[in-house]
Design a protein around this ligand. Structure first.
Ligand SMILES: O=C1O[C@H]([C@@H](O)CO)C(O)=C1O
Length: 570
């Protein structure tokens, strides 16, 4: 009798060890997960990021705000105190899917009520994937007041990336306006329409340079606008996590005399490819590898330029690539290299086409989809206002959050007619000035079958100006999608799907649609909640360029009362 008992004990011990081993290997989060707590206070303060002094929103005194640094599987807790005297807020955690916490996506009007002045709101969510992510205000046009920052999620200790580097650094790109977000918003919502125009400067890690000349509130020797200096040790390889949260601008980023190898996009490993300049759209993140292998006796320029729109008077953003031990502020002996020609579309299309999933890290998409929605992107005129629309419907964001309205059956909170799944494919000429017949505004939403596979075709077109089609970066909340393809002209619903990349498409959360082109995406509607999908250009979303998806609302757990401040209960 004794032997079998002993054997059973041994077997049990072995099984326990095996179980723990499997947990550690497959679910690093299980063994390592930590809670990371942040205490943030938002304030309006005078700052001079490009030497021009204006009111900006700071987090704990800074803009950009603090970087959230975590490991895969960690829980992030941000205790956010709104000390803006008279202004609400909400913060979106861009690229974090909010699995089982759809109420902490931070999208005012979609997933939560605004956070009132004086209130402290606690966001709590899990960062379930490694990669480079972002956070920013998602309330009106508040992001461009300076409320933004980055989230860096690394792999748990003991697991390595599929590429090698010695050190890593973050580069955050931003465009910068001197007018307040209020002045801009009021202009966009006025008759006659007042466009925001090109930014006054471009910021690299929160620093830029505006030519101050005669302006009293501008001081070029203010240390707040000293160019950012990225110090490298000769011979070492750096992983640069490059992100953009511009209000408007599509950018190119380059390091004078250095190639960059792209290895990550929006938290997914990319089949490596080399670029001299990286095109990056608002809401995107990339990691590139750079070797400090040039003449170490000098410094080099790091520059960013506007592409896709005529930059007019906006100067390039400049930073210094500092080869240690040269002085970090020593100007390179060269003039900053020019960026790519702003209106050449094909180099940008080529970069989009080059971004594929890395071998060994491919998550294949479902082979077929259950529903295809085509989104025609156009400008409209509606009751005299200039708006943007998809399928001739311009989105109106209600202030009762959809998540609450749907859970509590508040049907009066938004339009109950769903917007259309397509446009008049046969008769609409995407190269014509947008005619805007039958343009409407609506707060209606798309309701997706839970767990269904959805294809989205972003179809670009001419704006209301002759021979003009713009670039729009579209961002999906709550999901990553597969990028199945890009094309020029009008998407052919019968033939173009035959060329979809179902082999190694990259997964992303933000993707551009190029001028007069289309972009095809696929995602699984498997994250119960209500999710915004919109152009990441701050003014375009404000002008109606977005939609909302609902999926599996019945599976959403009990909503926390903290998100419900604006909802009147009977
Ligand atoms: O929304 C926009 O308005 C202007 C312009 O079209 C106004 O005429 C522009 O470039 C946008 O992107």
């Amino acid at each position: 009798m004794a032997v079998p008992v002993k054997l059973t004990g041994m077997v049990l011990n072995l099984l326990t060890i095996l179980f723990l081993f499997v947990c550690v290997m497959n679910f690093p989060a299980f063994s390592e997960a930590r809670v990371r707590r942040y205490k943030w206070e938002l304030k309006y303060e005078y700052r001079s990021p490009d030497c021009f002094s204006k009111l900006v929103i700071t987090i704990n005194g800074g803009t950009p705000g603090p970087t959230i640094v975590a490991e895969q599987g960690d829980t992030i807790v941000v205790e956010l105190k709104n000390s803006l005297w008279t202004e609400n807020t909400a913060i979106h955690w861009h690229g974090i899917r909010q699995i089982e916490t759809p109420w902490f996506d931070g999208t005012e009007g979609v997933t939560q009520c605004p956070i009132l002045p004086g209130e402290t709101f606690v966001y709590q969510f899990v960062v379930d994937r490694p990669g480079t992510y972002l956070y920013h205000a998602h309330y009106g046009m508040q992001r461009e007041a300076g409320l933004y920052g980055s989230i860096r999620v690394s792999l748990p200790a003991g697991i390595s990336e599929p590429f090698e580097y010695d050190y890593e650094r973050s580069i955050m790109l931003m465009d910068w306006y001197h007018k307040s977000a209020y002045e801009q918003a009021a202009g966009l919502a006025s008759i006659p329409f007042k466009w925001v125009d090109e930014p006054q400067s471009l910021l690299i890690n929160g620093r830029g340079r505006f030519s101050c000349s005669s302006l009293a509130s501008c001081n070029e020797s203010n240390p707040q606008c000293t160019p950012y200096s990225l110090t490298v040790i000769p011979g070492k390889t750096y992983r640069l996590r490059i992100s953009s949260l511009t209000a408007l601008s599509a950018l190119s980023f380059q390091l004078e005399g250095h190639n960059m190898t792209v290895v990550e996009a929006d938290g997914h490993y990319v089949k490596p490819f080399v670029v001299q300049n990286l095109f990056i759209y608002s809401g995107e993140t990339y990691s590139v590898l750079v070797k400090a292998d040039q003449d170490p006796s000098r410094n080099y320029w790091a520059t960013t330029n506007i592409v896709s729109r005529n930059p007019k008077t906006t100067p390039p953003g400049l930073a210094i690539l500092n080869y240690y031990p040269n002085h970090p502020r020593r100007s390179p002996p060269t003039i900053p290299p020019p960026g790519p020609v702003w209106d050449h579309v094909s180099p940008r299309e080529n970069q989009s086409l080059a971004i594929k999933a890395r071998q060994g890290f491919i998550t294949p998409p479902p082979k077929i989809s259950d529903r295809m929605i085509v989104f025609l992107n156009t400008q409209n005129r509606f009751n005299g206002f200039v708006r943007w629309s998809v399928n001739n419907v311009s989105f109106n964001l209600p202030h009762t959050p959809y998540l609450i309205a749907l859970k509590q059956n508040l049907l009066h909170a938004f339009d109950q007619t769903p917007p259309p799944d397509g446009y008049d494919f046969k008769n609409y000429n995407i190269f014509d000035v947008a005619p805007n017949k039958n343009a409407t505004t609506s707060s209606g939403i798309y309701r997706l079958d839970f767990n269904s596979t959805v294809d989205i075709i972003l179809q670009n077109a001419n704006t209301m100006n002759v021979n003009n089609s713009e670039t729009h970066p579209w961002h999906l909340h709550g999901h990553d999608f597969w990028v199945l393809g890009y094309g020029r002209g009008k998407f052919d619903i019968y033939n173009d799907p035959k060329n979809f990349n179902l082999v190694d498409p990259i997964m992303k959360n933000t993707v551009p649609v190029h001028p007069y082109g289309w972009t095809a995406l696929r995602f699984r509607a498997n994250n119960p909640g209500v999710w915004a999908f919109h152009c990441h250009i701050e003014s375009h979303f404000f002008m109606g360029m977005g939609v909302v998806f609902e999926e599996g609302i019945e599976k959403v757990g009990k909503l926390p009362s903290s998100i419900m401040g604006c909802v009147h209960r009977p």
